[in-house]
Design a protein around this ligand. Structure first.
Ligand SMILES: [Zn+2]
Ligand SMILES: [Zn+2]
Length: 293
């Protein structure tokens, strides 16, 4: 098994847990590999957040500045400032050095999708030897949809409209073909804001776009540890991806070593129950089909 969504630092201002943000001391990457191995996971794809890297800041710009709700824009401005503590070059060097040490690691990145700047972002990423890119929608305009501080927006906007706004951008990401995998594709449900009627129409748009562009979707255990208490994507959404022939990766969204490979046995059981026999890994952005355990 593999874990293809793993971070090397926690969010926010450094609180003394793990190495200081942007530093990769000896043994740090090894700790992730060891935790994964204890869970039967033998390959780890690291996927640091691009938006946290100082090199990305000039490209992304103050994307929250046009947000009409100033409270949302201010939440994002502060969060962005507190998270901007990593270096793209430093991260890539650390993962490539781990590869050189013979560790079973892959070089990935979690790329935030903003329709206006995705082309410039891809230009920024072009020189690096990525094994795979995962694409994420964390922001709808200036609203950070998976940030607890801004969750009041669900009341103001209404859950159905929040989903419509979120999935419109997720569909655009899926259609773009710029990334290899869709990360936490229904993360908008994170805090338990779920519409009364399952939004099959919104799911179908994403599924069709992913199938057409050849983009995979990650099956992530992270949602099990959030208020919603459910994997990403939901079992219904996952079965729609399966019927459309969209392949999966396996993911934990770990931000600390002991979360690496978490709940992968549950992911495999759900994938199998849905009909999947295989999952994907990547090498230099070429997909490799592997049998599920
Ligand atoms: Zn994410
Ligand atoms: Zn992540």
């Amino acid at each position: 098994m593999s874990d293809y969504h793993v971070h090397l630092h926690d969010h926010g201002v450094y609180a003394g847990i793990g190495p200081p943000h942007g530093e990769y001391p000896p043994g740090h990457i090894e700790a992730y590999i060891e935790a994964a191995a204890r869970r039967g996971v033998d390959e780890v794809g690291f996927t640091e957040h691009l938006y946290r890297c100082v090199e990305a800041a000039p490209v992304l710009g103050d994307f929250w500045a046009d947000e009409p709700h100033h409270d949302l824009a201010e939440d994002t401005r502060k969060m962005f400032r507190d998270d901007l503590s990593l270096s793209l070059n430093g991260y890539v060097e650390a993962v490539l050095a781990a590869k050189d040490r013979g560790l079973p690691v892959k070089l990935g990145l979690e790329v935030d999708f903003f329709p206006n700047t995705i082309e410039a972002v891809m230009d920024l990423l072009e020189p690096y030897p990525w094994d795979f890119l995962i694409g994420a929608v964390h922001w709808v305009g200036g609203w950070s949809v998976d940030y607890g501080v801004s969750a009041y927006e669900f009341d103001r906007r209404g859950i159905r409209r929040a989903y419509e706004d979120y999935f419109a951008i997720e569909t655009e990401l899926a259609a773009s073909g710029q990334v290899d995998v869709l990360a936490h594709v229904d993360v908008v449900k994170r805090f338990g804001h779920v519409p009364d009627d399952t939004p099959i129409d919104l799911y179908q748009q994403v599924v069709d776009a992913a199938a057409a562009s050849g983009t995979a979707v990650e099956l992530s255990s992270a949602g099990l540890h959030k208020p919603v208490g459910e994997v990403y994507p939901s079992p219904t959404f996952l079965s729609m991806f399966y019927k459309a022939g969209v392949p999966i990766t396996l993911a934990s969204d770990a931000h600390q070593p002991d979360e690496c490979g978490r709940d992968h046995e549950k992911l495999v059981a759900l994938a199998r129950a849905t009909g999947y026999d295989h999952y994907l890994t990547f090498d230099r952005r070429h997909p490799i089909l592997r049998s599920l355990p």
